[in-house]
Design a protein around this ligand. Structure first.
Ligand code: COA
Length: 191
């Protein structure tokens, strides 16, 4: 799975068996961040159910990890059963880690993953008041459509190239090693 080290943390894709890390991250979001992420207030039970369906939905989830704890997430979800021309993305960064460039970095990974899966139109929706999300989307030339307090952002990823495929594959191998090291460290701490 994908890995990149910066700001004392690493970015890698989650394995389907790591939905608990995704759940714990989402549960830690403060009230306002949680509202911005889901465009309305949601309960802990909603989040638990949402995270548990991560692998069933075939989503690709990138996590930003510090000391084995997931502090940010970027989700790429297909629309329908298989990867088609359109997909959806969503982002969440825990409060103390916002405005450090993590959301921007994660969006780059998601766009590349979409590109490598033949996605031609990537959607993301957020509240119109969400200045940070809009600022990140603009960095990737998103077309922003404002309507009734919400914004639908549309990004057109380039076609996949040898380089984009190779870069994702190399990061996935590094990420696998990071996931194994993380597991070993948790097992030895528990022993
Ligand atoms: C939106 C979010 C994912 C961005 O992640 P992040 O790591 O904070 O973003 P970055 O640090 O990469 O970039 C934030 C940018 O917003 C800018 N910004 C901050 N406050 C802003 C505001 N009120 N209006 C406009 N831009 C703003 C920052 O200056 C920064 O731009 P810069 O890099 O050019 O300086 C994160 O803030 C978050 O999780 N928010 C709550 C959940 C959410 O809104 N999700 C989106 C809906 S799916």
């Amino acid at each position: 799975m994908s890995e990149h080290r910066f700001w004392g943390g690493t970015i890698r894709k989650l394995w389907p068996t790591e939905s608990d890390k995704f759940r714990d991250h989402l549960l830690r979001l403060d009230k306002q961040t949680r509202r911005l992420r889901f465009a309305h207030s949601v309960s802990d039970a909603f989040i638990e159910d949402y995270a548990s369906r991560m692998s069933d939905m075939g989503a690709i989830v990138y996590g930003y990890f510090i000391d084995g704890e997931m502090r940010a997430a970027a989700e790429l979800r297909k629309i329908g059963d298989v990867w088609g021309h359109e997909a959806e993305a969503a982002f969440s960064v825990e409060g103390p880690h916002q405005q450090k460039g993590i959301g921007t970095e994660l969006m780059g990974r998601v766009i590349r993953s979409a590109r490598n899966r033949g996605v031609h139109l990537l959607f993301m929706s957020c509240l119109a008041e969400n200045g940070k999300m809009l600022s990140v989307a603009r960095k990737y030339d998103a077309n922003l459509n404002f309507e009734y307090g919400e914004v639908i952002g549309e990004i057109i990823p380039e076609n996949a190239s040898y380089f984009s495929l190779f870069a994702e594959a190399v990061e996935d191998r590094m990420g696998y090693m990071m996931a194994v090291l993380d597991l070993q460290s948790r097992l030895s701490n528990a022993a």
